[in-house]
Design a protein around this ligand. Structure first.
Ligand SMILES: Cc1cc2nc3c(=O)[nH]c(=O)nc-3n(C[C@H](O)[C@H](O)[C@H](O)COP(=O)(O)O)c2cc1C
Length: 277
């Protein structure tokens, strides 16, 4: 049964924030997500009288591991927390998204497809998080996975850090080697070289020795390796609760406030509303 959950970012009353901008103020045509010619260009550091602070997004990389509901939960929570997001969906992730939700994610129609995705629950059914028309995406900018000239491919692009959710073993291997075979992997390498937070929510089981070595390399390089591994102590009653637990731990690692799961409070059985007696 679909669960209806209140979600602050879905409110149409939410104030509209200025969309993304290029730090150098240039306009690079030929990319559907870059059609901002009629939008105000702000200085990159937010200086000037009354200028709003510069946009500093979290880069969210969705790779082709199973677990697109984890990505949706992270995206909803980031937007609810007032964070900006730069979204990169790998080619393989389009297959998992299609398989897990029925959504064909198209670069040219990413807003429509993302709205549809974020309104769906972990079971892939529409309506769990309200109507897709109510999903507010002002804080989101999308970059095509093959666009190696995109903003997040440079360390000078102002980003807070990057969350790879879910992370395939292929992306784990690629990032650990600095392969940069697509924008997702390049943005992750940039995040590491700039010393920014990188959270890698790997989803695979069992894990080969090869992948374990790559995960150790990522840990040593400064990433947080966060297996998409839900816990059962916070009182989950629905698949969405398990998804939200993992999404909440990802946001914990990034230092973004949220209310996605019930935290452990030191009392056995606390999530069932009582002690152990
Ligand atoms: C339906 C489906 C589910 C998959 N699930 C996983 C998975 O859970 N973990 C994983 O590492 N790869 C999984 N894969 C394989 C990856 O998609 C594949 O390795 C791909 O090359 C990853 O590319 P990317 O890292 O560029 O997204 C899955 C593929 C499909 C089609």
């Amino acid at each position: 049964m679909a669960r209806t959950t209140a979600c602050p970012f879905l409110s149409p009353q939410r104030p509209v924030r200025a969309p993304g901008f290029r730090p150098d103020g240039t306009d690079r045509l030929g990319h559907v997500e870059r059609q901002h010619r009629d939008e105000e260009v702000r200085p990159p550091d937010g200086t000037g009288s009354g200028a709003p602070p510069a946009r500093r997004p979290w880069v969210v990389g969705v790779s082709g591991a199973s677990g697109t509901p984890y990505a949706a939960a992270v995206l909803r929570a980031l937007l609810a927390a007032g964070e900006s997001v730069d979204l990169v969906v790998s080619r393989a992730a389009r297959l998992t998204l299609l398989d897990e939700t029925g959504i064909s994610f198209r670069d040219a129609h990413w807003r429509d497809d993302l709205r549809d995705w974020l309104a769906r629950g972990a079971d892939g059914k529409p309506g769990t998080f309200g109507s897709s028309a109510g999903v507010v995406l002002d804080g989101v900018r999308h970059w095509a996975a093959g666009d190696l000239a995109a903003g997040p491919s440079s360390g000078s692009y102002p980003a807070k850090g990057m969350l790879i959710v879910p992370a395939s073993t292929a992306s784990v291997a690629g990032v650990s080697l600095g392969l940069s075979k697509d924008l997702l992997q390049r943005a992750a390498s940039v995040t590491l070289k700039e010393g920014r937070p990188l959270v890698v929510a790997v989803r695979e089981t069992p894990l080969s020795g090869q992948t374990l070595k790559a995960l150790v390399a990522l840990d040593e390089a400064g990433a947080v390796v966060l297996p998409a591994s839900p816990a059962f102590y916070s009182g989950a009653t629905h698949i969405q609760d398990l998804v939200d637990f993992v999404a909440g731990r990802i946001l914990d690692a990034a230092g973004v406030p949220h209310t996605l799961y019930r935290r452990w409070e030191g009392e056995l059985g606390g999530s069932r509303g009582g002690g152990t007696t």
